[in-house]
Design a binder for this molecule. Structure first.
Ligand code: HEC
Length: 149
């Protein structure tokens, strides 16, 4: 127990500074924890699975080219990315859960993430090694940016 008498010394001097630096580093890590869709947040496999779901369940209204048909808006391109810029993937995930308007929740869980991955790929946002989660807390940490930062 020789550590105990030494403890008060940690509060001041060199060790104090080191501790402070550590805290500051932790705080800034926490702040930059959120990432953008451009950092490889979905896998190719997910986008491929999502493509099938899209053509089964979504293309009838949103179009074969995702360009939108009548009241159903485009799910690709500048206008789409502009309207979602600054929002999180959680928001878009939850929006997909409200689809189709007359029969919500036609897709759920993994399927939603897969369709989401397909939408990202369609807007030329690159894939990566990490699977897109279904956990909403994790999805809330990923921000949609209209262009590569
Ligand atoms: C029956 C037609 C229909 C089907 C099927 C459908 N949607 Fe939609 N979708 C719409 C309409 C209409 C809107 C806009 C009005 C609204 O939200 O009610 C919309 C809005 C959206 C939006 C919001 C777009 C924006 O930028 O605000 C997203 C995202 C979306 N749909 C994704 C999907 C996905 C993914 C599927 C397949 C799982 C799907 N939709 C199936 C008709 C449809």
């Amino acid at each position: 127990m020789r550590l105990l008498p030494a403890w008060p010394r940690l509060k001041s001097g060199r060790w104090g500074l080191v501790t402070m630096a550590g805290l500051v580093a932790c705080a800034s890590l926490g702040a930059s924890e959120g990432k953008s869709v451009w950092s490889g947040v979905y896998t190719d496999q997910q986008a491929a699975a999502g493509e099938k779901i899209y053509y089964d369940r979504c293309a009838l209204c949103h179009g074969d080219d995702l360009g939108g048909v009548e009241k159903a808006p485009a799910l690709v391109g500048i206008a789409f990315l502009d309207s979602w810029h600054g929002k999180t993937l959680r928001k878009l995930f939850e929006r997909i859960e409200t689809m189709p308007p007359d029969e919500p929740k036609v897709v759920a869980g993994e399927e939603v993430s897969n369709v989401l991955a397909f939408l990202l790929r369609s807007s030329a946002i690159p894939s990566g090694a990490t699977r897109l989660p279904t956990d909403k807390l994790l999805l809330a940490e990923i921000t949609i940016e209209r262009a590569k930062p």
